[in-house]
Design a protein around this ligand. Structure first.
Ligand SMILES: *Cc1c(COP(=O)(O)O)cnc(C)c1O
Length: 457
């Protein structure tokens, strides 16, 4: 590990040990009981800081406890793994994790009626309002991942045997959310450009009604799918859904938190986003937002009464199981939120970086892009069957030669061993890093005598 990264982790950990001494001391005491231990620890930290400043020293720590290694991927590499790019924490989120890491840390000032989204200190209630406004919806809740948002909706709207329309590029969690409710997925086909159109949705609704005699209970469509990150016609689909009076769930796992999303304009009845995928938040986190029309259904409160004690739990919401993200996960999400809101306005620049990188890749002879082009998203699926895969065919490391070469250049996150179709994301990388990435791909090509046409197209 780079010694400055190593020493940064050592300093952070050593400070946590100081913190523990402070936690162990009596309230109002002059200092930690073991003052010698405390002073010794401070000297230790000074020497770590000296090493950090000078870039010297040797690794003193390699594990957290006995089992966990130190994860320094984001410090040491350019990480192009698509699912990780926009979930990288902001520095504020990392600080919130440190300060609010204890279990139910959100609950210090929880007062009647005892529900997470009503807590005003820290400002969790305000955050819920801001989240709804951010998506231009009426009400929002935080959920443990986009998948739990889907599940709350399917569990409220889908009855056993009900058909639910999803995309032919739908995420597995959409399938599972429908399955959990006893519903049946019906896939909308792609057009020749791998896009879900409003017409295709309308046709599928007709087909399903004809075959099953039932109107679909729900339509769930990804704005950008996870396979190609192609843009699907969510506004058109919103209109079709309303014509048939079918509720529409907009899946924003790859949009909420990276680009502006206007739920009302899209005509969405539900907007679902993923905190750990696209909102610079820890896992598991996400958002489910809805309109006044649907709030009472999806966020219905408990009606249950204990048969012996007669106990009731008032305003606890059934689908949320009362409270959802009760600790540092939510605090970090809140801490990142100002930066997340801000960055959605810079989406165009992220798209420019994506196209820059893809153009440079296309200069490498035999390479292609499988996603729609020009790119409208930072995530792309590319095909290097005619370039890097040709090298893999005769290389003793096979496809791993490519990951080896990339990691030598400090690039990780492509699917190790894959040299045919693979995905990458440029999201959040500085222009310097994007250029470095592009140059690295071309240098690897040249090293293996693959032609690079610098004037493409
Ligand atoms: C990642 C992803 C999900 C799942 O998100 P979680 O927040 O991990 O539950 C759902 N749908 C799509 C399209 C995704 O890309």
């Amino acid at each position: 590990m780079d010694i400055r990264v190593q020493k940064t982790f050592e300093a952070l950990f050593a400070l946590e040990d100081i913190r523990e001494m402070l936690r162990q001391s009596l309230p109002g005491s002059a200092g930690p009981a073991d003052m010698d231990g405390f002073n010794g620890q401070i000297r230790q930290i000074r020497s770590i800081i000296d090493d950090l400043e000078a870039g010297t020293g040797v690794p003193e720590i390699s594990r957290i406890g006995d089992t966990l290694g130190i994860r320094s991927r984001e410090e040491e590499y350019i990480n192009i793994q698509p699912i990780q790019a926009a979930g990288r924490l902001s520095p504020e989120a990392r600080k919130a994790l440190i300060a609010y890491g204890d279990g139910y840390s959100t609950c210090d000032s929880c007062r009647k009626p005892f529900r997470l989204d009503k807590i005003s200190k820290p400002p969790i209630a305000d955050f819920h309002q801001e989240l709804a406004a951010f998506l231009n919806m009426d009400t929002a809740r935080v959920v443990p991942g986009a998948r739990r948002g889907f599940q709350a909706v399917t569990s409220s709207l889908v009855k056993p045997g009900d058909p639910v329309l999803v995309s032919s590029l739908a995420h597995y969690t959409e399938f599972l959310a429908v399955e959990a409710a006893g519903g049946v997925v019906k896939e909308v086909p792609l057009n020749e450009n791998n896009i879900i159109t409003a017409d295709a949705v309308a046709e599928k609704i007709e087909d399903v009604m004809g075959q099953t005699g039932k109107t679909p209970a729900l339509i769930m469509i990804d704005h950008f799918d996870y396979q190609l990150a192609n843009e699907h016609d969510v506004e058109g689909i919103g209109k079709v859904a309303h014509q048939y009076d079918i509720p529409f769930l907009y899946n924003g796992a790859y949009t909420v938190g990276v680009m502006p999303v206007d739920g009302k304009r899209i005509g969405a009845d539900f907007v679902v986003g993923s905190g750990h995928k696209s909102m610079a938040s820890p896992a598991p986190s996400g958002v489910l937002a809805t309109t006044d029309e649907w709030a009472d259904t999806v966020f219905r409160t408990t009606q249950m009464k204990g048969d012996l004690t007669g106990r009731k739990f008032g305003i606890k919401e059934v689908e949320m199981l009362g409270c959802t993200l009760m600790g540092s996960t939510l605090m970090a999400m809140i801490a990142s939120f100002p930066a997340v809101k801000e960055r959605t306005w810079k989406w165009e620049d992220e798209v420019r970086k994506s196209n820059f990188l893809i153009d440079k890749l296309l200069e490498i002879e035999g390479s292609a892009v499988l996603s729609e082009y020009p790119r409208k998203h930072a995530l792309s699926k590319v095909d290097t069957t005619g370039s890097f895969d040709v090298v893999a065919g005769s290389h003793k490391r096979r496809g791993f030669f490519f990951s080896d070469e990339l990691s030598k250049k400090g690039i990780v996150g492509e699917f190790a061993g894959a040299t045919r179709a693979w995905k990458l994301s440029t999201y959040g990388l500085s222009w310097d890093k994007v250029r470095y990435l592009a140059d690295s791909l071309q240098e690897i090509a040249e090293k293996y005598e693959i032609k690079v046409n610098s004037n493409y197209p």
